[in-house]
Design a protein. Structure first.
Length: 188
């Protein structure tokens, strides 16, 4: 199935998504990679306010390249998500609803996805120009010293993604290879 998903996503809409579904995502999302995640959790440890609202948020694991003249943002391909696995369960428990990246996630993250009715969406690796073309506006939120890893607020339109892990814990990184192997054996 293919769905159009508006941010912030409702819990009901997220519950409809199944691993393998295609999503065209539009609305406000935030960028944050591992250095930013570490700082977010340090703020939480200190009881300080976060630089953006975590409730119902969508976080894209990306460090975009600088924009060229006439562009809103440069190439914006996903980074490997497992680098955020140490931080993700905590953020999901505090209200984050959607993560976007590439690659499989740890059992702890999958458990937090299920516990919180969240989803993990996969962006196509190697297609940073395509992802960047979906960005309509970009604004620095905080931590400019992190360079491309600074937290930004992006407004995206019809960003093409795949549901990698759904709110039930179904995971294309497990089901996909199994289905492929089964097809090699003629379905036996």
């Amino acid at each position: 199935m293919e769905y159009k998903l508006e941010c912030p996503p409702s819990r009901e809409k997220l519950k409809m998504l199944r691993a393998g579904d295609r999503v065209l995502l539009s609305g406000r999302i935030y960028t944050a990679r591992d250095a930013a995640h570490k700082r977010l959790c340090a703020l939480l440890d200190d009881g300080a306010a976060l630089p953006f609202p975590l409730e119902d948020s969508v976080i894209y694991y990306v460090g975009p390249t600088p924009e060229k003249p006439g562009q809103v943002i440069g190439s914006a391909g996903p980074t490997t998500s497992c680098r955020m696995d140490a931080y993700s369960p905590r953020l999901l428990d505090l209200g984050q609803r959607v993560m976007i990246g590439k690659g499989n996630r740890s059992p702890d993250v999958v458990g937090a996805i299920v516990r919180n009715g969240a989803v993990y969406l996969a962006a196509m690796g190697g297609a940073g120009a395509l992802m960047g073309a979906c960005v309509r506006s970009a604004r620095l939120v905080c931590w400019e010293d992190l360079g491309c890893e600074a937290v930004r607020e992006l407004e995206v339109e019809d960003m093409p993604l795949i549901v990698a892990i759904d709110s039930l814990g179904k995971n294309i990184y497990e089901s996909g290879p199994a289905a492929y192997l089964e097809s090699l054996n003629g379905g036996i």
